[in-house]
Design a protein around this ligand. Sequence first.
Ligand SMILES: C[S@@+](CC[C@H](N)C(=O)[O-])C[C@H]1O[C@@H](n2cnc3c(N)ncnc32)[C@H](O)[C@@H]1O
Length: 231
Amino acid sequence: MNINFQENFFQIKTFRLRNRKLSVKKKNIIEFLWPLIGLNIAEDCNSVKKIFQKSVPVILEIGFGFGESLIHFAKLYKDVQFLGIEVYIPGICFCLKKIYKNNLNNIKIIHLDAIFFLKNYATNISFSVINIFFPDPWPKNKHYKRRMLQSNIIYLLLQKLIIQGILHIVTDSASYAKNIIKILDYISGVECVTKDFQSYYLEKNNFFTRFKQKANIKKSKIYEIIYKKVF
Ligand SMILES: C[S@@+](CC[C@H](N)C(=O)[O-])C[C@H]1O[C@@H](n2cnc3c(N)ncnc32)[C@H](O)[C@@H]1O
């Protein structure tokens, strides 16, 4: 498992890593399962392109945390390839274990800063759907600059979608949601399809990520933002 944050040194981070030591159990999980499920793109930049050669739709999930949503959708859509990207190693570890236990062979995982990945490794690649569920809200004004979904990154995400591709964001931060919608409404070539998809997602969305659960406990309003790239 490789990561090179130095190359991305000057970019403001959208996450904060805690340098806790990994238990032996977690180390063993990684040692055993990473070669089966993980992609070391820093060593083999063609590894991502290989999954696109199967000519099946590829759904990207950024910041999957413990992977509940990734696993939920991968179980539902066996003929779709899922690519999850996360920087939080305990979450990756948990997710690797679940993928293995559920015998899912349609998920690959990358351990890297998603923005760094999209800018440097996701060239000539287009996703059918990009999911971002509960991106870190960075609620204090002075930390807004750390929010992932700023206009430049939203443009970048849209560039990486196929025509008719879907950008699906869920957050319980009202100010974040308002800002994301403001940015997306300003961009030509995208169409808000939240209402069209709502009933579909209500039916299929009966999964709980840790942060969805936290939002429900706090009784926070959850904002579902779904846009389609039309050109
Ligand atoms: C608030 S948590 C939500 C996790 C999960 N989606 C959920 O709903 O429970 C945000 C996640 O995004 C990850 N993250 C933040 N910035 C990231 C980045 N630039 N690249 C990859 N993952 C990132 C964090 O490590 C964290 O696990």
